[in-house]
Design a protein around this ligand. Sequence first.
Ligand SMILES: [Zn+2]
Length: 458
Amino acid sequence: MRHRFSALGRVARRFPRAHLILSGALIATVSLVAMVPESGESRSERVQTLTLPKHDAGDQLAGLESSRHQQAQPAAPTASVPTLASQPQERWQRLTVKPGDTLSGLLQEHGVTATQVYRLINGHPRLKELTNIRPGESFQISLDSGGELNALRYHPSRIETVEAELDGERWQVAAHTREYLRRTRFADGTIDNSLFLAGHAAGMSDNLTMQLANIFGWDVDFVQDIRQGDRFRVLYEELYLDGEKVGEGNILAAEFWNRGRHLTAYRFQTRSGDTEYLDADGNSMRKAFIRTPVSFTRISSRFNLGRKHPILNRVRAHRGIDYAARSGTPIKAAGNGKVIFAGVKGGYGNVVIIQHGQQYTTLYGHMKGFAKGIRVGSRVNQNQTIGYVGMTGLATGPHLHYEFRVNGTHRDPLTVPLPKARGVDANEKPQFLVQAKRMQSQITMFAEAATLASSNVF
Ligand SMILES: [Zn+2]
């Protein structure tokens, strides 16, 4: 429990001594709540809510492993690295790379032949990595009585150890990864100017603030939508090795108040191993897209970069899909987002462009007119009618011209992989709701402790 004390202790230290007693009482409460399993729940379930799922591709610190027990353990290697028993300790030599050294040169200085070096680095992909070793880094080698290289070990990162041993002609390689100690931290802030400045003021790194912006990026435009007085609360992990902070892990839960809207997000790992941020009801924070933004329709022209334009009568890439439909047929927003353009744009005629999250935009052209309330800055929900099929601009008949862009690049709306946003499966929802509730009460208690510690009421 020491880490939770220190997490709040850090908060408490910022405030006058007179408040420490009260803070202490609250800290104890937080610790106790986190420690005592609620009735009917096993301890391992509880621990799991405080730890992180296994690493996913989005992790800032790739290769992180986590275990459900790590909170209770010191930051020691979980798999003890076996000493190669066949090698007496004194045979190990540590080699440190100096500027200008090559792996081959360095090994040869220590009596390893060029042939042996060649066999070593081609003996296993993990041994090939050794050729990337940089000045200041070191590794250990062991030579047998005949001066032949027969074992080697190095640390590709602070948490990894690679051990290699020559077994006859072949190099056998074992890799071990030790765990970070993860501490749950809390930060809150009110935005005066920008999210990043508020993040800094709250003691958050830019990495953490980016995570926060990405989680809520489908609902909040952090450039346009932010108002003075918007605020946030974040529960996140700090990572430690050997008692030293080495970085941040993931945001576990976050709340955001934006212009009167209150958004919440909880990190959840499904049984299949996917991690996702979900709202309090278990819906994904990332929003899905519908493939076809207009019903009762047929495709009249596909995505085709070499199409001959029917009016211009020359080759002009068709970077979208045309859906022929009766004039006046409602056009739906393909996903939740914000209108960033609504007006006339050359050959497109009446156009609406919607921004979805940070990466995606959709465009709807040749509209007869816009739906009520659709203007730059309007927020739209998936399936909401944004306008009506028409033939404004360069069009031979009524149709919707629909484009889908990912990071500014046109993609075929029919084949582009769309972000999955299923939310939690029904059979995992009860577990999610329990976890979300716990994370929420942790946030609330951290927040109350910080507020009380900073108020002058007592
Ligand atoms: Zn078109």
